[in-house]
Write a protein that binds this ligand. Structure first.
Ligand SMILES: C[S@@+](CC[C@H](N)C(=O)[O-])C[C@H]1O[C@@H](n2cnc3c(N)ncnc32)[C@H](O)[C@@H]1O
Length: 258
């Protein structure tokens, strides 16, 4: 459970809408996994289920979203009420103790989750336990160069220091996946560039749309928000460029005894 995500749950999807680049990344991941209707895809830390729901229209595989924050999961459950694809299920659970038996899943996704885990290798071992031989764990996270050039850094100078400490470098993740028993580990880096209107930036920051904003010294948060509000008042049609760099780290479970 997390106070931050409990508070964020009602507005999470509005503040962090799924983009076409997110859909393209999901498509590429599902295509590479070569899934059938007999396969199970698990999103660990699914939150409001925005990615799990998007996957439902892309694959015939069954989908299971797991999260340890009841309020995030409640949004996911409500969203999939009427017209809900019958192939999606939601379950409360921890990344360290997944509510599944051994060797059930063909693919596990952790998107924007590893920076929140205190014992990552333990969580990766647990993902390995529920994966079938040859199954994959895919991690989506941010690179350190991205953190260093994050578009809000000029307004909140502590962000890079806070997030460099939280977000593991992809080389660290590769080592941890190997230690957790994954045999083939690869990383791809993907860039995504977009313009965000100043009005949307102010709305995002007011809603503390990323957990980092809840970790800032309160005065820094207030001053940064004030500066963005002034910028918006001066230039109501203005925008900021957001350049995102994703690290996509994938580990495959061995197919048999090594
Ligand atoms: C930034 S959100 C990402 C949600 C979703 N993956 C997405 O990309 O939209 C992180 C989610 O991970 C969940 N989470 C954090 N630690 C967890 C843990 N130990 N076990 C299960 N879920 C966890 C949080 O509750 C939150 O919903």
């Amino acid at each position: 459970m997390s106070e931050t995500f409990a508070a964020m749950a009602p507005r999470y999807d509005v503040l962090r809408p799924i983009k076409s680049a997110d859909r393209a990344r999901l498509q590429a991941m599902l295509r590479a996994a070569g899934l059938t209707a007999d396969d199970l895809v698990v999103e660990v830390g699914c939150g409001t289920g925005r990615l799990t729901m998007a996957m439902a229209s892309m694959t015939r595989a069954r989908l299971l979203g797991i999260d340890n924050e009841p309020r995030m999961l409640a949004v996911a459950r409500a969203k999939s009420g009427e017209g809900r694809p019958s192939s999606i299920q939601w379950d409360a659970g921890s990344a360290y103790r997944l509510p599944l038996g051994d060797s059930q899943a063909s693919l596990v996704l952790m998107s924007m989750v590893v920076h929140l885990l205190k014992q990552r290798t333990r969580a990766f071992r647990e993902a390995g336990r529920i994966l079938k031989p040859g199954g994959c764990l895919t991690i989506w996270t941010f690179t350190h160069p991205y953190i260093d050039s994050f578009y809000l850094n000029p307004f909140f100078p502590s962000i890079p220091q806070i997030d460099r400490a939280r977000f593991p470098d992809h080389r660290v993740l590769e080592r941890e996946l190997s230690r957790a028993g994954f045999s083939t580990v690869t990383t791809t880096i993907e860039e995504q560039v977009g313009e965000v209107s100043l009005a949307e930036v102010v709305d995002r920051v007011r809603g503390r749309y990323i957990s980092t904003l809840t970790l800032l010294p309160p005065l820094e948060y207030r001053l940064g928000l004030q500066s963005l509000e002034e910028k918006l008042a001066e230039d109501p049609g203005g925008s900021l460029t957001q350049r995102t760099e994703w690290a996509i780290v994938t580990g495959r479970m061995p197919t048999g005894p090594e």
